[in-house]
Write a protein that binds this ligand. Structure first.
Ligand code: F0G
Length: 399
């Protein structure tokens, strides 16, 4: 079943709709599972470990063995900030971002529905992931990207996996509007996160976190927020396991946005449920350069219902956090992902995050997604001959 998050109207699973035909609000999928958590024991760690909780036909699964990502305890950074810190490394998914969790479920739904063409608008990662899963499912794939604002690795992936790539003269919000219109006209099946089945895959981040913590919730989960699907999905997953009695507590959902693209943080500051779009969003973290997040209602519910928080960080804070995480903990992430770490630091400084909290930062995409930014932030290699005396001299003199 699919349900409207605002008016509660219900629709059958096989109806291809992206918003509520009655009130125009966004939709959620409603899984119907009644299992004991012990059935997950001993299964391979991936999205489909939790197949009973994902409402699609398991005979149609299109998978690249996504999910089951590293859950890394970060002592050095955690000790410095006075928190018990885990980092959930979503860059370790098959195409290098958390989008693969959503795409395995979305593509499975596409197979179930028997569609021939799938499409998305994207700041990069969604298109990379969709292109790979469409290749695996054997479907035509069309992607719209905001011109000049997509990191190189992501663009390479979308093109190389064989998607038809259109570089749109406009930003992500404009590209998504156009793509959604084409989907409504039934030229393609839309696999942006407004499609509720995408979030059914991404909610497994929440499942894995509490499962990895021995069926306990952390105090807080911090993650970057762009189109606002992922924070909604993680909250949905954790709430489902809470309602099933698998865990006894809930985390404070904490979203971090880039200063120049922060409509949800602005709404949060006003204690409002109404998101006012940002006209010309701008940030170095191109993945979250979004002014009108489609899942804002779900995200604000997640934040308010969990007693959570929403904060902004500057581009400099993002880049500092990205480098710091790479150099102190060995975890390489793209700029948008580092917003969660930058946000944690800011919230510790401001006293919002309390000392001793058990915090999980979700880092959403791999450092190789955006090689230009990584290279710009680094020292150029020293050009030198292979002469051993010169090399010894250079290395010894450095210390
Ligand atoms: N981090 C990364 C690396 C992303 O690619 C995105 C979104 C987000 C965070 C934000 O997640 O949109 O669910 O709030 N990227 C989308 C894309 C928009 O097209 O790849 P969100």
């Amino acid at each position: 079943m699919i349900r409207c998050v605002s008016c509660g109207e219900e629709f059958p699973d096989d109806e291809i709709i992206y918003t509520c035909p009655k009130c125009g609000s966004i939709l959620e999928a409603v899984p119907d599972f009644d299992v004991d958590k012990s059935i997950f024991d001993g299964r391979r760690q991936n999205v489909w470990k939790y197949k009973e909780c994902i409402p699609v036909d398991e005979n149609k699964i299109v998978s690249l063995d996504e999910g089951g990502t590293p859950f890394v305890h970060c002592d050095k950074l955690g000790d410095e900030l006075g928190v018990d810190l885990y980092v959930k490394v979503e860059g370790s998914n098959p195409t290098g971002s958390f989008k693969d969790r959503g795409m395995t479920v979305g593509m499975t739904k596409a197979m179930e529905l028997g569609v021939h063409t799938v499409g998305c608008a994207s700041t990069g990662n969604t298109s990379a992931s969709l292109a790979a899963y469409a290749a695996r499912g054997g479907l035509r794939c069309i992607v719209f990207l905001p011109q000049g604002k997509v990191a190189l690795g992501k663009l390479a992936q979308a093109m190389f996996h064989g998607a038809e790539v259109f570089s749109i003269d406009g930003n992500f919000d404009e590209a998504l509007k156009a793509m959604t219109q084409l989907a409504r006209e039934k030229h393609l099946y839309l696999l942006n996160s407004i499609n509720p089945f995408r979030l059914e895959g991404q909610k497994t981040i929440g499942y894995e976190i509490v499962n990895d913590l021995g069926w306990k919730s952390p105090d807080r989960i911090i993650l970057p927020v762009g189109n606002a699907g992922n924070i909604s999905a993680i909250w949905k997953g954790i709430s489902e396991f809470y309602n099933a009695g698998f865990i006894k507590d809930l985390p404070m959902m904490t979203g971090i946005q880039a200063e120049g693209a922060a409509p949800i943080a602005h709404a949060f500051r006003k204690h409002s449920m109404k998101m006012e779009p940002v006209e010309n969003p701008e940030t170095i973290a191109t993945a979250i350069r979004i002014g009108a997040p489609v899942s804002s209602i779900k995200a604000l519910h997640a934040i308010y219902d969990s007693d959570g928080y929403c904060e902004t960080v500057s581009d400099d804070q993002i880049l500092d956090a990205q480098k710091y995480l790479a150099r102190t903990e060995g975890i390489g992430v793209e700029p948008a992902s580092a917003a969660s770490i930058a946000g944690l630091r800011k919230l510790v400084d401001d006293g919002v995050v309390e000392k001793g909290e058990k915090v999980v930062c979700v880092v959403t995409g791999h450092v190789l997604k955006d090689p230009d930014t990584a290279i710009k932030a680094s020292v150029e290699p020293t050009k030198v001959s292979a002469d051993i005396d010169t090399l010894r001299d250079l290395i010894v003199n450095k210390h």
